[in-house]
Each structure stands twice: as C-alpha cells, then as structure tokens.
Design a protein around this ligand. Structure first.
Ligand SMILES: [Ca+2]
Ligand SMILES: [Ca+2]
Length: 340
C-alpha cells in the first residue's frame, strides 16, 4: 500500500521547467503511482490533496484514509480530472471546497456504508454511489468481485496504452475498463483474514497464530495483524495494563476464554478484558484512520487520563466502538471518557 499522501501545491518544483503545468502534474501523479504497483492510496493522513493544482486522477482505489477535509480527495482552487476511481471508506470521502475551480468527476464510485461523506458533491456522468463490492473492504483487499458495479463501468477514453492494473494485467478487459485500480479478469482472489491471539499467559515473541502461541500485549496483537495487511485480534480475558492505538483494517475483540476456534464462541459480558491506562494518557487512540475500517469490541476501558478522551480518543477517524464498558477515566469535564 502507498504509505504517503499525494499532495499537490503550486508551484511544484518539478513544474518550474514546464510551461504546461497541468500536464506536468499529471505526469508526476502517474510517476508516483507507477512506483507503487497497487495504485491504491490508503491509510494516509489524507489521500490526495489538490491545492491550486489540476492533476489527472485516474483509475485509483482510494480507501481508508483520514483527514479533516476530504480524507479521500480534497480539492481547493483546483480543476482536476477525476475519473475511474473508487473513493470509499474514507473519513470524509471527497470534498470540493468553494474556493474556485471546477473539478471534472466522471465514472467514479464514491461510497461510505452508512453516511453522507461527500458534502455538496455534484456528480457528473457515469458516477455511482453504491457499494463497490470489493473482495474485502473490511480488510483492505481491494480487488473487484463479479458482483461489483465497478466492473466495465469506467470511461475508456482516459485509459492510455500500456497501463496495467494492480496485478500487472492489461486493461481493458470485457466491454469497458473497470473503475478502480483492479481490472476484473473473471476470477476474484480468495482471501482469509489473519487472526492473532493475545492472552495474559502469552509472550510478544510468539506469532499469535494459535492460543498456545498467543502474544502477551494487545498492542503487539494489533501490530501483527496490521503487518499482515489486516485481520482480527482475539483477546483472552484478563487485565492488560497498556494504552493502545488502533490501526486500519484491524478489528480487536475481547471476551475469549483462550481456547475458542470461532469468534462467535466468545462472551464479552462474562469474560472481562480490561485495558487499564494507569493514568498515563488516553487508553485507546484512533487517529487518521478510515471510515469503519477498525474496531474495538468487548473491552473495559479504564483509568485513562488525558486532556481529551481519557478513555478513547478518536481523531479524524471513524472506527467501530461496540460492546465496551468505558469507566473511571479522567480529563476535561466533557472529555473524560470519549473524544470523538
Ligand atoms: Ca473491464
Ligand atoms: Ca486484475
């Protein structure tokens, strides 16, 4: 995955030698993407920012980004060409501010599962707002499935000869080019999420692949799942004296006895999993992640102490917080337990 945001500002130093600044920016974007073969912008503070710039943003999948304005794409005083992109599961989607410029939006898929995060957006020809039906939007596998509305829904005229998709496969396949970074070739890859176990008897040197090889700390479990490209963290009951940071495409579940083989066997109500912050800051921090692409489920969150969000602090991100007991935290009068 791309690990740095794409930011356009004028003047860009590489544009000084070019009269055609718009073409120059287009080349820089294409150069940037060519170095990152998945063509997927994810997990950044902000996906793409266009400030007084007008790049061509073509056939990208822009998912799970956080940011104050346009976690996916933000345009200010810019007139970019935005075509054939999937822009989904970002904190604030796609924002065109009112400072001028006229972006051209055509044949994109813009989607968040349960909210309107594309304020004042006027969609043009061929744009869709339905679920892109990726192989696993939950865990960041952005390949298309046969049921995806993005298949054959792109605009062929923006595709240039020799552009491969994220798999190195040729475009255009089927009736038309697909929306996003993947061209569907008729088969969707199989995908099984990683599961990392954590238990009070564990050891962070273990890999977490079984209960016998459980890790000791919740954060080590989260880090291992994130390093695997996303997954679930199963946490056995006990008290964990640590403050944790959530990561995108990682879902953390408490309430296990330490011998389960499926997630629905846990009981978070009777097997307490306690995260104890020891008054050293926010117990749980989630920042600059995407929209519903991380989760904390079935924990007691206690003894946090922070100016903002002693228990849980969410900053430009939209995780799922479910079945948690958040108590005995301190902070500002209105920020003791949750800052959202
Ligand atoms: Ca196609
Ligand atoms: Ca493909």
């Amino acid at each position: 995955m791309v690990t740095a945001a794409v930011v356009f500002r004028t003047p860009h130093p590489r544009c000084k030698q070019h009269r055609d600044r718009k073409r120059c920016l287009r080349n820089i974007l294409q150069l940037f993407l060519s170095r990152h073969p998945q063509h997927t912008v994810a997990g950044n503070g902000r996906g793409i920012t266009c400030s007084r710039s007008s790049p061509a943003i073509l056939n990208n999948t822009i998912v799970s980004n956080g940011g104050p304005h346009g976690g996916g794409v933000y345009c200010s005083s810019s007139s970019p060409l935005v075509s054939n992109n999937i822009i989904a599961y970002n904190f604030s989607g796609l924002v065109i501010d009112d400072s001028g410029g006229t972006p051209t939006l055509q044949n994109n898929c813009v989607y968040n599962p349960d909210g309107d995060n594309y304020p004042d957006l006027v969609l043009g020809t061929g744009n869709i707002t339905s679920d892109p039906k990726l192989v696993s939007s939950r865990y960041g596998n952005v390949h298309l499935t046969a049921a995806s509305p993005c298949v054959n829904a792109g605009l062929d005229s923006v595709v240039q000869a020799g552009w491969p998709d994220i798999d190195g496969q040729a475009r255009i396949q089927g009736a038309h080019v697909d929306i996003g970074s993947d061209e569907f070739d008729g088969t969707a890859p199989t995908f099984t999420p990683t599961i990392i176990r954590v238990a009070p008897s564990g050891n962070d040197a273990n890999n977490g692949s079984t209960w016998a090889l459980a890790k000791l700390s919740v954060q080590a479990g989260i880090n291992a799942a994130a390093a695997a490209g996303g997954g679930d963290v199963w946490v056995a009951s006990g008290t964990y004296s640590e403050r944790i940071r959530l990561k995108q495409w990682v879902y953390v579940y408490g309430g296990f006895a330490g011998n389960e083989t499926s997630r629905d066997q846990r009981n978070w109500a009777t097997r307490a999993c306690v995260l104890d912050g020891s008054a050293g800051g926010s117990v749980v921090t989630a920042s600059w992640l995407g929209y519903r692409t991380s989760e904390l489920n079935g924990f007691t969150v206690r003894h946090g102490s922070a100016t903002s969000g002693g228990g849980i602090c969410c900053y430009y991100t939209s995780p799922v917080l479910y079945n948690n007991f958040i108590t005995l935290n301190s902070g500002d009068l209105w920020r003791r337990n949750l800052l959202l």
